[in-house]
Design a protein around this ligand. Structure first.
Ligand SMILES: Cc1cc2nc3c(=O)[nH]c(=O)nc-3n(C[C@H](O)[C@H](O)[C@H](O)COP(=O)(O)OP(=O)(O)OC[C@H]3O[C@@H](n4cnc5c(N)ncnc54)[C@H](O)[C@@H]3O)c2cc1C
Length: 358
């Protein structure tokens, strides 16, 4: 068997990269171990151009966001399933001080284009505490990541281009013109294993800084809102009939994939601080975000084995980073077009050579 690319791991990274390369005419094989957990299945899929306490514009939002939206719009047409949900994000102010500073920041022309001039505060009053009003962020929404991953899997399975197994690194065989994995001859193997990349003997030197996250799926009584509410912890309406996702936690310790009482209690405490409606917990989910020390993705080829590549480090923003950098990676693989220096793993090659000395 032959293929242009064998993609190992099918979360957001592997799915989007496989889709991009396939659309550009390459023969792609996807390999994933369905018994392994995945961050993408726990992902809220939110894209938000203004984040943090200072309403910072997300890195490269002006380029990444339109590109990602177009990508998921096209994809949902192809797979026949709703993946992209546009909705505003309402940020209720916690105090007069916060109201003043947010309103000042949102007047900055860089942020202003992402903020509604006048938020519809009344609309939210029966559902949440918002005595000081709030800010409504636009050009935001969420992508149904589980559905996206499922649809991409179905597509490649239907073309017999999908392997269900745990990748065995010992079966990589480097030959002159190609690389083999078991009996498959491939131009390049592209690793998209998320947090599990820390176990990859070829790329475990990369400076990951993984962050565990948990969220809750709940049913809120009488809750027809479709906007995401975000006051540090968010309420994301899934179906407009009360089913919502509450999230998310951030933990740099205990990097396992288990759900915890601690995370559930912390989320509940925060949500009860502003949600006025009763709710019932349906499910709890956990995942490990493949974040990096410098908060930029890891894209590129291995320093000594150019037959091996990596597309990882999507951290907290997999939904918006994956489409744009998949396309960039595809062009790099096809014709050597430059990768953005901030994502190219060449920026940390010194760590690889240092690791070989020790
Ligand atoms: C609680 C939570 C909330 C989040 N919310 C958002 C959000 O709102 N917006 C946003 O943009 N991002 C969000 N993220 C981040 C986002 O989920 C990640 O950026 C993204 O999922 C990373 O995708 P990935 O494909 O790199 O990794 P993963 O989704 O973990 O996928 C890795 C895949 O590789 C496979 N794999 C690994 N090793 C092997 C092997 N040896 N053999 C075979 N298969 C293997 C696994 O089975 C898995 O399917 C959130 C994450 C969490 C945990």
């Amino acid at each position: 068997m032959t293929a242009d690319y064998l993609i190992v791991g099918q979360g957001i990274a592997g799915s989007v990269l496989a889709w991009t390369l396939h659309l550009r005419g390459h023969h792609v094989l996807l390999l994933d171990d369905p018994t392994l957990p995945s961050a993408s299945k726990a992902s809220a899929g939110v894209f938000n151009p203004l984040t943090g306490k200072k309403l910072n514009r997300t890195w490269k939002a002006d380029e990444l966001f339109p590109f990602a939206c177009q990508f998921y719009e096209d994809m949902q047409k192809s797979v026949g399933s709703e993946l992209l949900h546009f909705c505003n994000i309402y940020r209720p102010f916690r105090s007069i001080e916060e109201q003043n500073s947010y309103l000042a920041q949102s007047a900055d022309p860089i942020s202003a284009k992402y903020v509604l001039e006048k938020a519809d505060n009344e609309k939210f009053t029966s559902f949440i505490e918002n005595p000081y009003g709030g800010l409504q962020i636009t050009q935001s929404g969420w992508v149904d990541c589980s559905e996206m991953v499922e649809k991409v899997k179905t597509f490649f399975v239907s073309k017999s281009q999908y392997i269900f197994e745990n990748f065995d690194y010992q079966h990589i065989d480097f030959q002159k013109e190609a690389v083999f994995y078991k009996n498959i001859e491939i131009k390049k193997i592209l690793f998209c294993e998320g947090y599990e990349a820390c176990q990859n003997p070829f790329f475990n030197w990369l400076p990951f800084n993984p962050v565990k996250g948990e969220n809750l799926i709940v049913l809120v009584e009488d809750y027809p809102l479709t906007e995401i509410i975000n006051q540090g912890t968010f309420i994301l309406p899934i179906d407009g009939q009360g089913k919502c996702r509450l999230g998310a936690t951030y933990s740099w310790d205990n990097l396992d994939w288990d759900i915890t009482d601690e995370a559930r209690d912390s989320l509940e405490e925060k949500i009860k601080g502003y949600l006025k409606k009763p709710y019932q917990i349906l499910e709890q989910q956990a995942g490990i975000r493949p974040s990096t020390d410098d908060r930029r993705p890891f894209v590129g080829l291995h320093p000594e084995h150019p037959e091996l590549g990596i597309f990882n480090g999507l951290g907290t923003k997999g939904v918006t980073l994956a489409p744009y950098f998949s396309e960039q990676f595809a062009k790099f693989l096809e014709s050597g077009e430059d990768l953005d220096a901030e994502v190219n793993i060449e920026r940390v090659f010194s760590l690889y050579f240092r690791s070989k000395l020790s």
